[in-house]
Design a protein. Sequence first.
Length: 182
Amino acid sequence: MKFEERKILLKDGRTCVLKPNSPEYAQEMLDYLRKTSAETEYLLRYPDEVKFTLESEKEILGNLLENPYAIMMIAVVDGKVAGNGSVNGIGDKRKIQHRCSLAIALYEEFWGLGIGTAMIDYMSELAGQIGWKQLDLEVVAENEQAIALYKKCGFIETGRRHNALKFDDGSFHDEILMYKDL
Ligand SMILES: CC(C)(COP(=O)(O)OP(=O)(O)OC[C@H]1O[C@@H](n2cnc3c(N)ncnc32)[C@H](O)[C@@H]1OP(=O)(O)O)[C@@H](O)C(=O)NCCC(=O)NCCS
């Protein structure tokens, strides 16, 4: 969906622009997906699982921009992509139409500057305007930084999915389930 650009002041004095992601960022998004999934184990994909072509990524970003029920927010600092966040509906069936789900990841060099907090606050605001009543997410149980961010932004822990993830090193990891009323 299209939404107003928002400028935020970071903890290091720089300015960050939060705006709708769009096809012009397709190549940067492919680089971002590969690099961020290598920088942390806490994202769902491994870098070699990023299979999109430039053309398919452009098409996906174009469709998301035109979809009034999809939030795809890019964070840009000094003209460089710092991160991306998204909110999407859980499904079309009436019984689950009130729920949406959030995902977010920043490049490591932009962690700890306040971007995550600002993105979640803005995405929550937009999700409420769309009409969703509940924002859900799953986070790897060991991801303390993300859990701290979510609690700061008003999310409440509601459960735990045993052995939700199996990493390539053979280790199993639980996921924490969290929600926030919109
Ligand atoms: C998780 C992530 C999005 C957080 O974004 P961020 O911009 O670094 O977060 P913020 O700077 O807004 O910090 C928010 C809060 O997190 C906490 N926090 C920050 N760094 C932390 C750290 N290293 N350890 C524990 N808590 C930390 C603080 O409570 C902070 O609040 P404060 O600013 O009032 O002190 C970012 O670190 C990231 O992209 N990580 C890798 C991908 C990932 O794990 N995504 C989530 C998957 S579910």
